[in-house]
Design a protein around this ligand. Structure first.
Ligand SMILES: Cc1cc2nc3c(=O)[nH]c(=O)nc-3n(C[C@H](O)[C@H](O)[C@H](O)COP(=O)(O)OP(=O)(O)OC[C@H]3O[C@@H](n4cnc5c(N)ncnc54)[C@H](O)[C@@H]3O)c2cc1C
Length: 463
């Protein structure tokens, strides 16, 4: 039986980062992965595939050029599922290759198979051919991620009913699509398909969605989506999903309304992939959604030598934050001082248009009773935006009237997920409005929006 200093279960962002960190500290590390290829949900069905589909959709549809050439502009007239899958296949193969090489270079051992604890220091791995092997470890990281929530009564064997893992292998492009769930994943896919001219209806039981984002940004977002024909059915839950007499999928809502579509994409929630992991053998409990509780600083579970990181511990469930959690867990496990967690991390929502945000929203600033001022810049006000033909998109900055410090940045539009890092740096370095006013920005760039928004706020700030 093999014995390792550190056994990592799951090879997604948190597992990968933890494994490499431990290996760099000279520890013997084994990564066990249930899939045939390493990379996790992030590489195979989540982050990378959805972002690749988005990029393909934007490129082939000519989306970015429509500001200049009109709404009917297309790079490729007929876009089929094959057009989407070719780029996907290449990107995923590259990601797996990079990761395998990283493991190899750092001397991290990998094993394909499904792991389950049989006691607090031993897991049994069932390999794809059914054979079993036990391995022992001093320390463990549970990095098993999540699986899509599939409610009873929805027939996921129907080829036209997909969950968020299946959509990356979509067999054909539908003419109409109902997306159930207006969380980040549902909204990203809804807008990607809409960019491909699929008629999309978003169904969400709550009256609002993406509630952690500044409301002004969401208002702008909804306005843009409605303008291009996306329908919202908010405030009513799904009651039934069935095939209608005309062969279409009929989604009936609790308020009696029905949505008819060629396909349905179900994106309402994910569950921790802890079923079958044998956590009871280590005295670790999970909540109703299969998630594991951890110490927020060290990522230790209730068994102190077993850590958990990534989506299996819940919020914020991002690849970006999962990586940091994995690294911190490995540092703690092997006695390295923990880096202080930065106060603010950014959110990126890769919808069409994309949204990114860091720091406090205007609603949060008001809740806290902070005396503040906002500044707005439209991306079309920058020369670069004009050159690019951008008609939409805005940046909103929030500053404290008292300290002049930046409190939050909220961006919707082209480049939002990249632009946000300027705001993130200033925010975490406790910078003020003066940084944006006094510094020179490259010209022409979208980043000039920072200066424009800051000057807009400055004009109204108490001096
Ligand atoms: C559609 C979609 C889009 C997303 N887009 C973004 C984005 O744009 N940006 C972002 O930051 N985040 C995004 N996320 C979230 C991101 O993918 C996750 O936060 C991240 O993958 C979580 O990483 P993880 O370390 O928890 O492992 P995961 O990536 O969840 O991988 C876990 C791995 O563990 C394996 N496993 C499970 N059980 C066992 C077992 N018992 N034995 C062995 N192996 C096991 C699984 O097979 C899986 O490969 C997206 C998610 C989805 C679903």
């Amino acid at each position: 039986m093999g014995r390792y200093d550190f056994i990592v279960i799951g090879s997604g962002p948190s597992g990968r980062r933890a494994a490499i960190q431990a290996a760099k500290l000279g520890k013997s590390v084994l990564v066990i992965e249930g899939r045939l290829k390493v990379g996790g949900v992030s590489v195979h069905t989540g982050t990378i595939p959805s972002k690749t589909l988005r990029e393909t959709a934007l490129n082939l549809s000519g989306w970015r050029e429509r500001g200049f050439y009109g709404r009917s502009y297309r790079v490729k007239k007929e876009i089929g599922s094959q057009d989407l899958s070719i780029r996907l296949g290449k990107t995923l193969a590259h990601e797996v290759d990079v990761l395998e090489h990283q493991f190899l270079r750092n001397g991290v051992a990998t094993m394909a198979g499904f792991a389950r604890f049989v006691d607090p220091h031993r897991v049994v791995v069932t390999s794809p051919d059914g054979s079993e092997l036990a391995v022992e470890g001093d320390r463990f990281l549970i990095a098993v991620g999540t699986v899509p929530h599939r409610p009873e009564g929805i027939d996921f064997d129907d080829p036209d009913i997909l969950d968020s893992d299946q959509v990356v292998d979509i067999a054909r492009l539908p003419r109409s699509l109902a997306v159930v769930g207006a969380g980040v994943i549902g909204i990203e896919y809804a807008t990607i398909f809409s960019a491909l001219d699929v008629a999309v209806t978003v169904i969400e039981p709550r009256a609002n969605f993406l509630e952690f984002i500044d409301r002004e940004i969401i208002e702008e977002f909804v306005h843009q989506l409605r303008d291009r024909g996306v329908t919202f059915r908010l405030g009513s839950a799904v009651e039934t999903v069935a095939r209608g007499a005309d062969g279409r999928i009929v989604t009936t809502l609790e308020d009696g309304r029905a949505v008819r579509s060629e396909m349905l994409l179900y994106c309402a929630g994910r569950m921790g992939a802890t079923g079958g992991l044998g956590l009871d053998a280590c005295g670790i409990e999970v909540d109703g959604r299969g998630r594991v509780a951890v110490d927020a600083t060290t990522f230790q579970t209730s068994a102190s030598h077993i850590y958990a990181a990534g989506d299996v511990i819940g919020f914020p469930s991002l690849a970006s934050t999962s990586m940091e959690q994995g690294r911190i867990a490995a540092c703690h496990a092997f006695g390295l001082p923990l880096p202080p967690a930065p106060a603010y991390f950014p959110y990126g929502i890769y919808a069409v248009p994309e949204i990114s945000t860091v720091g406090m929203s205007e609603e949060e600033v008001r809740r806290r009773g902070i005396n503040y001022e906002c500044g707005i810049a439209r991306l079309r006000e920058t020369s670069r935006g004009h050159i690019m033909g951008l008609e939409q998109g805005l940046m909103k900055m929030i500053f404290s009237n008292k300290t002049r410090r930046l409190l939050g940045v909220h961006i919707i539009g082209e480049g939002a997920t990249e632009l946000i890092h300027i705001g993130q740096a200033v925010l975490n370095l406790k910078g003020t409005i003066d940084y944006f006013i006094e510094n020179t920005f490259n010209y022409p760039t979208l980043a000039e929006a920072y200066k424009i928004a800051a000057l807009d706020a400055w004009n109204r700030m108490a001096r």
